[in-house]
Design a protein around this ligand. Structure first.
Ligand code: ADP
Length: 369
């Protein structure tokens, strides 16, 4: 068992492109950490550096207490599962899972013990004599994970392992991998571009952008307390609404003026936000914090505004409304019993207790109370 540490790690590719800009990250023993971010943010590069498949330009990587900068991939005691988990087509499942151990000259009994244990954990005992072509996508994915489990590594590394599966299977496999991690009690680092995967699987999430770490936290921390506009917009679907606005003082109160609408800042936030009076800010509010009918037990401060409904997406358990207020467009996630009609004006309410403000220039959050 081992944690993983990245200290001031830089990666410059031979063509001079700096993909990773001095990142620092500590992954604890037995933790499930997800690296997430848009394509090209260097999450795979980061993972491949931990795996030893990519050299690091600067800094240190530790697995457990050992600096592994100069340790070959095969000696790092890690196992990696890729998106394209090519199984050997002419070998049955047992042989596919046993293959690496045989290469490493493990005794036959030990190989057998490990393969059967992995098959038992993954519930694929009855598939051991099948060839890959007679397996479903999910079963193949399980075998690929099985190949990693038999190595009994200190750290598992996953690079978008579920991307090739259909949506429904992805959800099932997501849950299976989470359960597996609890069962094996092993450190896992998982790379994905899918924020839902990150939110549902990670003990902690590392959100990356252009080779930088934007925030590290538990799923609810990064959702409720994003450090910056990027994280606020990346985590959550539909994404948080953003409005360029100005904070203005009116009669002792603070108002967010977006040009198209004005909403009052809750009193308890005046102290924190007061310093931004007359400055350009970005006002953020999540679609789920906008309603078109005020809940009966509504507490806190709800600011009313009129907006025209431009698109209705009924999803069954909820309805997504795309709305327009003056020049501003925003998305609301409302109750399925919504009475809002297409191209008609509706009243909506912003739950101001959930608002976020960002510095317009730095895009850093102005922490709320
Ligand atoms: P992600 O996994 O987040 O999609 P990658 O780690 O694959 O991102 O890539 C990060 C950045 O590094 C991208 O801009 C990519 O084009 C660049 N990159 C990846 N591999 C190489 C390489 N071998 N040479 C030069 N640039 C590379």
């Amino acid at each position: 068992m081992a944690g993983v540490k990245l200290i001031d790690v830089v990666k410059r590719y031979p063509n001079g492109f700096q993909a990773v800009n001095s990142i620092n990250l500590e992954i604890y023993d037995k933790e499930f950490v997800v690296l997430v971010g848009p394509s090209g943010c260097a999450k795979s590069t980061a993972l491949r550096m931990v795996a030893g498949l990519e050299e690091i330009t600067d800094g240190q990587i530790l697995i457990g207490d050992r600096v592994v900068n100069d340790v070959a991939a095969k000696d790092r005691n890690i196992a990696m599962v890729f998106q394209s988990y090519a199984l050997y087509p002419h070998m049955d499942v047992y042989t596919n899972m046993a293959f690496a151990l045989k290469l490493m000259k493990f005794p036959k009994e030990e190989v057998d013990r490990r393969v059967r244990r992995a098959a038992d954990i993954l519930g694929i005992e009855e598939l051991l004599d099948r060839k890959p072509k007679r397996l479903s996508g999910g079963q193949r994915q399980r075998v690929a994970v099985g190949r990693a489990i038999v190595r009994e590594p200190e750290v598992f590394l996953f690079d978008e392992p579920l991307s090739n599966l259909d949506a429904k299977l992805r959800v099932t496999m997501r849950a299976e991998l989470t359960t597996l991690q609890h069962q094996l009690e092993t450190t896992m680092i998982y790379v994905t571009h899918d924020q839902v995967e990150a939110m549902t699987m990670g003990d902690r999430i590392v959100i990356m952008k252009e080779g930088h770490i934007m925030q590290v936290g538990t799923p609810l921390e990064v959702y409720n307390f994003p450090d910056n506009k990027f994280v606020a917009g990346f985590i959550g679907s539909p994404a948080m609404n953003f409005f360029s606005a100005k904070l203005v003082q009116v009669d002792g109160g603070l108002i967010i003026d977006s040009g198209s609408f004005q909403v009052k800042v809750p009193k308890e936030s005046h102290g924190i936000y007061g310093g931004y009076k007359d400055k350009e800010v970005t006002f953020g509010i999540r679609p789920e914090d906008i309603v078109d009918t005020l809940p009966q037990d509504a507490r806190g401060q709800w600011e009313k505004l009129n907006a025209v409904v431009r698109l209705i997406e009924p999803l069954g358990a909820e309805i997504i409304l795309e709305m327009e207020s003056g020049q501003q467009r925003f998305v609301a996630r409302v109750d399925p019993h919504s009475k809002s009609r297409l191209n008609e004006e509706a009243q909506v309410y912003f739950n101001m207790r959930k608002m976020q403000l960002f510095d317009a220039k730095t895009e850093q959050v102005i922490p709320r109370p």
